[in-house]
Design a protein around this ligand. Structure first.
Ligand code: DON
Length: 319
C-alpha cells in the first residue's frame, strides 16, 4: 500500500506511535527480496541472510526495536562514521578535512583507481582509503593505546562496552590484501605518515567490533543529539563535530549511491558490509538496521527499505 508521508515536526511522535511505526517498517521491509551476503571476508560469508532487526533511538533516550535488533554483528564500515567523529574531536575541523578530504569518489568503497585519479587523495573518510587514513590519525600511545581509544570511543557512542569479534578480525586480517595495497599506495603519495600495516590492522580491528541494530540506533542518536549519548547522558563529541560528521555522511556514507539515497530518503547515513545501516535525523534521533543481504554498492537491501519507510512515516526527510 502507498505510504503516507508524515509532516516533519521538531521531534519524533509519541512513544506508542513510534513503536507501532518501527514494527510496521520491520514487517514491510522483511518482504524485500534480493541482494547477497558479502563473500570477500570469509567469516562474513556464512551470515544468516534472513536475520533482520530495526531499532529507533530518540534524543529523549527512548529506544524502540523490532526483530533481530539485539543480534550482534561486526560493525564494519559503519565504524568509519564514529572514528571520523573521534578524530575530528581530537584534531579539529580543518586538519582532518585537509588530510583526508570530504568529496565523493563516485566509485566503489574499496576503489584503488579513485586514489590514482585524484592525485593520491583518499578523497573522504567513508571509503576504505579515507578510513585507513583517518584511523591512522587516532591519537594514543602505541598501537594498544590507539586501539583502546577507538574501542572506548565507539563504546561511549553505544553506551556500553563493545567487544572485538576475534574470528572476523582474524579472517579479515588474513585476507585484506586490497586494503594493504591501498595503504601502501597512500604512503607512496605521501598521504599516510603511519606504518601502513599498523594502520590497516587498527582499521581492521575497528571494523570487527560487535554491535547490534539497537547499538547503531543509540550511536546515531548521539550524533543527532549534538554529541551527548541520550541514553547515558554522557558527552562523547562536540556539536560542531556532529555537524561535520553528518555532512560527510550525507555526501559519502552510502558510497557512490549517496546522492540517490539523499534524494529518496533525505537522511545522512552509513552502511557496512555485514549489513548494518545507521541513519541520523538531526535533533530527533536515529535508525539502526541489520540485514546481511546487500545491493551492488554494498548497502543492505532490507535496511534501505526499513529506513526509507521510517523516514516517510516519522517525517524525518531533511528536505
Ligand atoms: O575494509 C573492508 O573491506 C571492510 N572491513 C569494511 C567494508 C565495508 O563495510 C563496506 N561497506 N559496505
Amino acid at each position: 500500500a502507498e505510504v503516507e508521508q508524515a509532516v516533519s515536526t521538531g521531534s519524533l511522535p509519541g512513544r506508542e506511535r513510534v513503536g507501532a511505526l518501527v514494527l510496521d517498517a520491520y514487517e514491510r521491509a522483511k518482504a524485500a527480496t534480493g541482494g547477497t551476503v558479502a563473500g570477500y571476508i570469509p567469516a562474513l560469508a556464512g551470515a544468516d541472510p534472513e536475520l533482520f532487526g530495526v531499532s529507533v533511538a530518540g534524543v529523549d533516550g527512548r529506544v524502540h526495536a523490532a526483530g533481530d535488533a539485539a543480534v550482534p554483528f561486526t560493525i564494519q564500515s559503519v565504524s568509519k562514521a564514529f572514528v571520523y567523529a573521534l578524530v575530528c574531536e581530537a584534531l579539529g575541523h580543518r586538519a582532518v578535512a585537509e588530510r583526508v578530504g570530504v568529496d565523493n569518489t563516485g566509485l566503489a568503497f574499496d576503489s584503488v583507481i579513485a586514489i590514482e585519479l585524484n592525485g593520491g587523495s583518499p578523497m573522504n573518510p567513508m571509503v576504505n582509503a579515507g578510513a585507513i587514513a583517518t584511523t591512522a590519525l587516532v591519537p594514543g600511545s602505541g598501537p594498544a593505546g590507539r586501539w583502546e581509544a577507538i574501542r572506548a570511543g565507539l563504546s561511549a557512542f553505544a553506551g556500553r562496552p563493545l567487544a572485538l569479534d576475534e574470528e572476523v578480525y582474524d579472517s579479515e586480517a588474513a585476507t585484506n590484501r586490497r586494503n594493504q595495497a591501498i595503504a601502501r599506495l597512500l604512503q607512496s603519495h605521501g598521504r599516510l605518515d603511519a606504518d601502513p600495516p599498523a594502520a590497516v590492522d587498527l582499521y581492521t580491528r575497528q571494523c570487527a567490533l560487535l554491535v547490534s541494530a539497537r547499538d547503531l540506533a543509540v550511536m546515531g542518536a548521539t550524533l543527532a543529539d549534538g554529541g551527548t549519548n541520550p541514553v547515558t547522558g554522557r558527552r562523547v563529541v562536540s556539536p560542531e563535530v556532529c555537524r561535520d560528521t553528518l555532512a560527510v555522511l550525507a555526501a559519502n556514507g552510502m558510497y557512490q549511491r549517496s546522492g540517490e539515497w539523499l534524494f529518496e530518503i533525505g537522511l545522512p547515513a552509513k552502511s557496512g558490509v555485514s549489513g548494518g545501516i545507521v541513519a541520523v535525523a538531526p535533533g530527533k534521533g536515529a535508525i539502526g538496521t541489520f540485514a546481511p543481504r546487500l545491493d551492488a554498492a554494498g548497502n543492505s537491501v532490507r535496511g534501505r527499505h526499513a529506513v526509507a519507510h521510517l523516514s516517510r512515516t516519522l517525517g524525518l526527510n531533511l528536505f
